[in-house]
Design a protein around this ligand. Structure first.
Ligand code: WTA
Length: 635
């Protein structure tokens, strides 16, 4: 038997060594023993980071939904696969068994087919956290269609860009969504987006809020009647291990969002194996990840990883503050959650509230706590550990990315001793490297550098949809034969990694990656704006918040500043979404620039962070005098 489930530190080191010495043999054993293949591979791995090209389990055939659903039917058919907890605590939770999930996925798959969706077609999913969302992903996978989920907090503009980039022909959405006290008109957002998406022929609409919406004749169809009519079984399409499973967009530091493409076989093996170990998953556990399925965390660790292990995975529709700040803990108590996986921004927000919200609930079911999305600060780590885990549930600080598909650096709970703010050790099969400014690897411990990965792992993204060159330039050109993550990290005396944050122009706000350039482009479209620059500054709940420096055109000079600020944020909300709004907007007459015209963001970051003690050498700037003006008026 392979070491599918690692139970102590010695074993981790032993398996890690094995996985690094002979990765092909290691992953072959894992793949062979724990998954259902219609045909085995001819070759485990071929790769070349200079192209870049990576192929895992070449020519193997499978369907991921047979692994996530069908194979559990004989052993766990009655077991809850998806436990849906609605936004409103008074609405009953739904326990969707593996049988029921199979039926729902097959019906949805048949509806997609009847609406002309074929293997390889792209389907855009723009849904709130309701069971139809998970079912839609799986239904696409069932028939070999490529899903592209767009987080339902994105604006119509952002949605249209994503639909067009991957040429989706069908959209699945709902009449609306509930978020705390609010209900949001999702269908209205889709309608506006589709004015710019001629390729979309069909929109399937799930009913959730019963809002009055307009249905466009010939294009829009209510989903439920179609599901009612559909046949409850659907033969799974046989896919190649390297066929695309999904596209998921992530912000780049420049340009349009990048449609990261994940393929089937390697993604399945890696998400399942990491889920099992990093959450020490055992049969009958109740696992809850609070992320939205619109992000990679939801794809890998709400849907595919847990279901591939036959787990019960909680899907939560609501927000941590509704009906009050005890909601997370109420749900943990109600469903006896054993693993709880959330983001530092949520922990910080809850830590500010009254302790009664935590203490009034029985959290004794918890065994493992997880954190993801941004560095977790020491204070938040201790609050989580003391008050939620009662010093009794190890915290797994999991570092990974949309591009990596699965968790890359993380403790294994009850195996790896944890240290606050450290993601600790590379997971099995992961070979990190820290690089210095000259492109050399920094060896040894007590060192810092830019974080790269030296060797492919099964769930690495294979390309950017429609733009392989951008994929190479972004990830494989900075360091020869290495995948560059865009993050900085340090390695301490015992070899533990601590992620220090992005080293490019991506800013993580409340766990969401935001590129500065697209936000600046949006601001610059405002008629009164001449130029702008965005930087991040520390924020005690969001981790980082956005600070914008804006130069106005002459006619803008006389306008009311607060009105302008509102208009700029409104424009950002419409073009990108409310998550990209600026906390502070300072109007300036110039921006510090180098002689070659590049904005010196380093200086702007320091001013925004109130850290002006050492601005470094500014004498080489084109316009050094502007620095004082900006400092004197900083917000
Ligand atoms: C950051 C989320 C520190 C990092 C799964 C990465 C983290 C980016 C951690 C990817 C962590 C994620 N500690 N930083 N535990 N987890 N990050 O694509 O900067 O939404 O590059 O994937 O989030 O964000 P993404």
């Amino acid at each position: 038997m392979s070491n599918y489930h690692i139970k102590h530190l010695e074993e981790y080191f032993q398996v890690y060594r094995k996985s690094v010495r002979n990765p092909e043999a290691f992953w072959e054993e894992i793949a062979e023993e724990h998954f259902l293949w219609r045909k085995k591979w001819d070759n485990v791995l071929s790769w070349d980071f200079s192209k870049p090209e990576v192929k895992w389990f070449e020519n193997a055939k499978l369907n991921i939904t047979e692994n996530c659903i069908d194979r559990h039917l004989t052993t766990r058919g009655e077991k809850t696969a998806i436990l849906f907890e609605p936004n409103n605590p008074n609405e009953e939770a739904q326990h969707i068994s593996y049988y029921e999930l199979h039926k729902r996925v097959c019906k949805m798959a048949n509806v997609l087919k009847e609406n002309g969706v074929k293997k390889g077609d792209r389907v855009c999913i723009y849904l709130p956290m309701i069971p139809e969302l998970a079912v839609s992903l799986l239904a696409c996978a069932r028939i070999g269609a490529i899903h592209s989920v767009v987080f339902a907090g994105f604006s119509s503009n952002a949605l249209a860009t994503r639909i067009n980039d991957s040429d989706c022909k069908l959209v699945i959405t709902s009449d609306g969504s509930f978020r705390g006290k609010k209900s949001i008109d999702l269908k209205g957002i889709v309608d506006v987006a589709l004015n710019d998406c001629p390729g979309v022929k069909t929109v399937l609409v799930a009913k959730r809020t019963n809002a009055e919406i307009t249905m466009v004749e010939g294009r829009d169809k209510w989903l439920q009647p179609l599901l009612d009519e559909a046949y409850g079984d659907c033969v799974a399409e046989i896919m190649d291990a390297e066929d695309p499973l999904f596209i998921l967009y992530t912000s780049g530091s420049t340009g349009t969002p990048k449609g990261m493409v994940h393929t089937t076989g390697g993604y399945m093996v890696y998400t399942a194996y990491t889920f099992k170990n990093i959450f020490q998953y055992k049969e009958n556990d109740i696992y809850w990840c609070t992320a939205d399925i619109g992000w990679i965390t939801g794809h890998s660790y709400i849907v595919y990883g847990p279901l591939a292990n036959g787990a019960t995975t909680v899907m939560f529709e609501g927000v941590p503050s509704y009906p009050d700040f005890g909601r997370f803990w109420e749900v943990v108590e109600k469903h006896k959650v054993t693993q709880f996986y959330t983001a530092p921004t949520a922990i910080r927000a809850l830590a500010k509230e009254n302790m009664d919200f935590v203490e009034n609930h029985d959290l004794s079911s918890l065994k493992v706590l997880g954190s993801v999305g941004e560095p977790i600060n020491e204070e938040a780590w201790h609050w989580y550990n003391n008050n939620v885990g009662k010093n009794n549930s190890p915290i797994v600080d999991t570092w990974w990315q949309t591009e990596t598909g699965g968790i890359m650096i993380s403790p294994i709970p009850y195996v790896t001793p944890t240290t606050p703010t450290y993601a600790t050790l590379p997971f099995i099969g992961i070979q990190p490297a820290l690089m210095d400014e000259n492109g050399q690897e920094v060896k040894g411990n007590q060192v810092e550098g830019r974080l790269c990965i030296k060797y492919p792992w099964p769930s690495i993204a294979r390309t950017i949809w429609g733009n392989h060159e951008r994929y190479r330039d972004t990830y494989f050109s900075a360091y020869k034969d290495k995948y560059f993550t865009g993050d900085g990290a340090l390695r301490d005396g015992v070899g533990y990694y601590r992620i220090t944050g992005r080293v490019d122009d991506v800013i993580i706000v409340s766990g969401h990656n935001l590129g500065t350039a697209p936000i600046e482009d949006t601001i610059n479209e405002h008629p009164a704006v001449a130029e702008s620059a965005i930087v991040g500054f520390p924020h005690d709940v969001k981790g980082n918040a956005l600070y914008g420096y804006v130069i106005l055109k002459e006619f803008g000079e006389t306008r009311d500043r607060d009105n302008l600020r509102n208009e700029i944020n409104q424009q950002i909300t419409e073009h990108i979404g409310p998550i990209a709004k600026l906390d502070k907007i300072q109007f300036v007459t110039g921006l510090p620039k180098t002689r070659s015209g590049k904005i010196m963001r380093r200086i702007l970051r320091k001013i925004a962070s109130n850290d002006t003690g050492n601005l470094g050498d500014i004498s080489t700037l084109l316009n050094p005098e502007i620095v004082k003006e900006i400092m004197d008026n900083s917000l």
